[in-house]
Design a protein around this ligand. Structure first.
Ligand SMILES: Cc1cc2nc3c(=O)[nH]c(=O)nc-3n(C[C@H](O)[C@H](O)[C@H](O)COP(=O)(O)O)c2cc1C
Length: 380
């Protein structure tokens, strides 16, 4: 049982960990998670998902990163940062978003990364992975899902390139494969490297299941240790897994198809709510590892609970007609409460959760810019 990647927004607004964040990861480790993945740890401060993200790079505080990395092994658990780059979905107020191709769709406006910028990306990920290893993390997860940069390259909706990175799925996979190769050569054979990838974008014109299977078969030759299967994107108006209300687990049928094209161990993340579902996924050989996000926000001790004879499943709140992004905002704010140990008093409406989430991000724009000297033109 793995605590799946969640962008916890508990960084200090300048890309560095906080005491609250260290405490949150300590709680998950003490609660029995085999591994906790820190969501959206940025490889390049110019393209963050949110201003509460951590950044691996020259501005980092290695002392604090070391303490965060140590929060797992103290309880026999692992902590891995998820290497992120938001690309076209980078947070507007502190970025100039850029993806595989220039786009202007609804609220989404981005530039195209130049050939040279794309060519630099494998080294950027490799530097971040080496940094993660140097400060004591047990592995990294390369984020190639949910519509962020590497997922944008996989998706025909974002990727209209005509160079070696665009065209058929094999070419759209090229950057991800280059990144994996560079990361592996930077961290060596003994360090764990996972990839999170979409089963499909669940979006007309996006990555299809058939193409995702081709990508997964190519990953099989690419010296990675774990493939984490997810789906959906944060493309405007598209369904995101973290906001989904339907009964799960969501991606087991796809995982069974993936099993036929790869021998790499599979983690399946999305929609697990009960111990029965988790057991069935493993016994049925759809998953080697069960990824849990929201369930671990409701009960940080869930792995221990599920391993105890009495069991017990978390009680999921019922949200009627939630606004887009509301459920994700509610769970993000509950992470803040968990980190502070105040979760018993946590009961905001979705509107209040969204307002608190947006207010905090707005307050951090200035500190991010001061820390990184970033502005909308920082790519120039
Ligand atoms: C608050 C929150 C933040 C999330 N941030 C990330 C992230 O940074 N990276 C990622 O890969 N997935 C992220 N997710 C998605 C989860 O990893 C997971 O794929 C999704 O929530 C479905 O799993 P669940 O049903 O167990 O919650 C996030 C989910 C939530 C609820």
């Amino acid at each position: 049982m793995v605590k799946a990647a969640m962008s916890d927004s508990l960084g200090d607004g300048a890309g560095r960990p906080t005491e609250a964040q260290i405490e949150l990861y300590r709680r998950w480790a003490a609660g029995g998670a085999a591994l906790s993945i820190i969501g959206e740890v940025q490889v390049d401060h110019r393209f963050p998902e949110k201003p509460g993200n951590l950044v691996l790079g020259p501005h980092a505080d290695d002392g604090l990163l070391r303490r965060l990395a140590e929060a797992g092994p103290a309880h026999g658990s692992q902590i891995w940062p998820q290497l992120g780059h938001a690309g076209a979905l980078a947070h507007g107020p502190i970025s100039r978003p850029a993806g595989p191709s220039a786009l202007a769709v609804d609220d989404l406006r981005c530039d195209a990364l130049s050939r040279a910028e794309v060519g630099d990306l494998p080294a950027t990920y490799a530097r971040a992975a080496a940094h993660a290893r140097a400060v004591g993390f047990g592995g990294v997860e390369i984020h190639a899902g949910h519509g962020f940069l590497l997922s944008q390259f996989l998706s025909p909706l974002f990727n209209h390139r005509t160079d070696r990175y665009g065209g058929p799925i094999e070419a759209r996979c090229q950057l991800l494969l280059d990144v994996i190769r560079a990361v592996r050569s930077a961290v060596g054979a003994e360090f764990a490297v996972a990839v999170k990838i979409n089963s499909s974008d669940q979006l007309q014109g996006g990555l299809s299941e058939d193409d995702a299977l081709v990508a997964i078969s190519l990953l099989g030759d690419a010296s990675i240790d774990l493939i984490d299967i997810s789906g959906g994107t944060y493309f405007p108006g598209a369904p995101a897994s973290s906001d989904r209300r339907s009964t799960g687990p969501y991606f087991l049928d796809f995982a069974k198809r993936a099993r036929a094209v790869t021998t790499t161990p599979l983690m399946v993340t999305g929609g697990f709510k009960t111990r029965r579902e988790a057991i069935d996924a493993v016994v049925g050989r759809a998953a080697d590892v069960v990824g849990l996000a929201r369930a671990m926000v409701l009960d940080p001790d869930l792995p221990s609970t599920w391993l105890s004879p009495g069991g017990g499943d978390p009680r999921f709140p019922t949200f009627r007609s939630p606004p887009a992004g509301g459920i994700t905002a509610w769970f993000t704010m509950r992470l803040t409460a968990l980190a502070a140990g105040t979760e018993d008093d946590f009961d905001p409406t979705l509107d209040d959760a969204i307002a608190a989430y947006e207010r905090r991000d707005a307050e951090r724009v200035g500190s991010w810019q001061r820390a990184f000297d970033a502005g909308p033109d920082s790519r120039d």
